[in-house]
Design a protein around this ligand. Structure first.
Ligand code: FES
Length: 581
């Protein structure tokens, strides 16, 4: 039971305005519910639970959600609630072009508006594939009804010819080997058939695993459940338990605003860092925190990174996959190793505190989850860079790069956009060597548009054949959480809006200094100013539709890429929700 609120009465439920009053409109709501085969005893005086389900035929990561939603409903019925499934935009990472990130805020808006416009007393959010998690949470945080998140869970380990395969990471690895001529087309086909062999999201520590773990650390899903593999029967149990719990949360009036604090966001950031999680979490957690009214920023990530060890030995930075992580004790076991770095008093949807949830959690494989004294690295799972090339910041993931490149100066090889890069990167005549710095422009929030995961820029084929497997690469794009390499990402402001990245030319010297947190273009201020004066702003990319709204309101990466009109800090549910007529 919530510590400071009286238990709700049925007539205080939000849905009472649709179902409980005696007027013409309520007659319509009740008669139309009867039309669907429900008797008034099925819903009268019960919490209506909206299940926002991001299942679709085009999203393989959520292919089990058709079944899981039945298990969520079972829990809701058993606890005395009335489940109402509401399908929402799926954001399928492998299929949606140019990138799901273009649509993250659209799903966030859809979530908020579904909850606002229908008789929801609380909600279950079903997501997991990359952007679905932050989008659902952003929308629900803005609406601020009792909320519980059901994570899709990771798929099983991939397998090919006895090799364990990890989503994304091994795609990039074997693609490089194919281009270098070290594996055959037949081998490549085997990788294709074996790398994704069950429902569930990517099972490396990519964006999906990172964000679902962050949500558990925030206290928005049942404790210990973000790591369960999707096909495991315990995942189905989790779905049912979440359905039961959300009904109680409505009676307790336990809302995101009761759970989320600056300290709980710090807990989430530290969790991401200890997992060596995806750099995408920087953008998403900043956006989520700002929806909650907190000013999380890049400097906070960098400050926490300096005192957070990496404890999870997971690809792409490490060796294992999420299935191994779960069997080794899962997120609770890892968090129990870093209790001194967390605010254990933070409340969670379980009705408990984070400290209570992780008390006594044990590690069952100390190579997968490292005990505190045996960290993979003691600090710097992520670093924020600044300098004349990125005045508002950029990020890099030091554990996922070759250490020799942490302090490096090289000649720029510049591609003006993705198509330019795709055309020329493998040209044998390209003037590039292993010390060069590859630069991609126009790949940011407005430039691409949508800030796609192009940031792991390909290594030129002629260098791959020489054995080069990592180089310094710089862009205003994001990078898949399953990717790796010395990739400087999220350069802000982006080149498309006239950030300094737009003015880099072939042959310019660029210096990267990860320990010093610097990224510098070695060109004089006068020369930079002259290039800026000669720069022509590009034409807008959209002339109609959602794209126009997107371009007009999208923020830069350092502020979370949310729409400006959604970052007001005013919650829809708390501030001026319109009357129902
Ligand atoms: Fe869905 Fe990776 S493609 S999580």
């Amino acid at each position: 039971m919530s510590q400071d609120k009286p238990r709700k009465k049925p007539e205080e439920l939000r849905s009472h305005r649709w179902y409980g009053v005696k007027d013409l409109r309520s007659f319509g709501h009740r008669s139309r519910t009867a039309q669907m085969g429900y008797h008034r005893s099925d819903y009268a005086g019960k919490p209506v639970i909206a299940i926002i389900n991001t299942w679709s035929d085009i999203n393989p990561c959520h292919s089990h959600f058709r079944q899981r939603v039945e298990e969520v409903k079972r829990g809701i019925w058993q606890a005395g609630g009335f489940p109402v499934e509401m399908p929402a935009m799926s954001l399928s990472e492998p299929f949606q072009k140019p990138t799901t990130m273009l649509y993250r805020n659209l799903l966030a808006m859809e979530t908020e508006e579904l909850l606002r416009s229908y008789p929801a007393d609380g909600c279950v959010l079903m997501g997991g594939c990359d952007k679905t998690t932050p989008a659902l949470i952003m929308g629900a945080v803005s609406m601020d009804l009792p909320t519980i998140f059901v994570p899709a869970g990771p798929m099983l380990r991939g397998n090919w010819n006895g090799n364990t395969l990890g989503s994304g990471s091994d795609t990039w690895k074997y693609w490089a080997e194919l281009r270098a001529g070290n594996i055959t087309e037949e081998d490549w086909q085997g990788v294709e058939d074996g790398i994704a062999r069950s429902p569930g999201h990517c099972m490396t520590m990519g964006t999906a695993s990172t964000m679902t773990s962050a949500v558990e650390a925030l206290g928005l899903c049942l404790s210990g459940y973000a790591s369960i593999p999707a096909p495991d029967s315990r995942h189905a149990q989790m779905a049912s338990l979440s359905g039961k719990r959300i009904v109680e949360m409505v009676w307790e009036d336990l809302k995101p605003s009761d759970l989320l604090t600056e300290a709980s966001y710090d807990n989430a950031v530290r969790t991401v860092l200890a997992l060596s999680g995806s750099t995408n979490a920087v953008v998403h957690l900043i956006a989520m925190a700002r929806r909650s009214g907190f000013g999380l920023d890049l400097d906070r990530f960098d400050a926490l990174a300096r005192s957070t060890p990496v404890l999870a030995n997971l690809r792409p930075s490490g060796k294992y996959l999420m299935e191994d992580f779960y069997y080794a004790g899962g997120l609770r076991a890892m968090l129990a190793q870093m209790q001194d770095l967390l605010d254990l008093s933070q409340r969670t949807v379980d009705g408990c505190t984070l400290g209570g949830n992780i008390a006594g959690a044990r590690i069952f494989n100390e190579d997968v989850i490292r005990p505190r004294g045996q960290a993979i690295i003691e600090r710097d799972g992520l670093a924020v860079l600044r300098g004349n090339l990125a005045p508002d910041g950029a990020v890099i993931k030091p554990p996922a790069m070759e250490a020799r490149l942490q302090v490096h100066t090289g000649r720029a090889v510049v591609f003006k956009d993705y198509n330019d890069m795709a055309e020329r990167i493998d040209d044998p005549a390209l003037d590039v060597d292993a010390d060069s710095v590859i630069v991609l422009q126009n790949a940011g929030p407005q430039g691409a548009p949508g800030m796609p995961e192009w940031g792991q820029l390909p290594i030129p084929q002629k260098l791959l054949k020489q054995g080069v497997r990592d180089m310094v690469r710089i862009s205003d794009a994001r990078m898949s959480g399953t990717s790796y390499g010395a990739c400087v990402l999220h350069v802000s402001p982006e080149s498309y809006v006239g950030g300094p990245l737009a003015f880099v030319k072939d042959g310019d010297l660029i210096s990267l200094d990860v320990p010093g947190r610097k990224i510098e273009l070695r060109v004089s201020d006068e020369e930079l100013a002259a290039r800026k004066a000669a720069w022509q702003p590009p034409q807008p990319r959209f002339e109609r539709g959602y794209g126009v709204l997107y371009l007009k309101h999208i923020g830069q990466a350092d502020t979370g890429c949310d729409f400006d009109f959604l970052q007001t800090g005013q919650r829809a549910g708390a501030a001026g929700e319109p009357e129902i007529h």
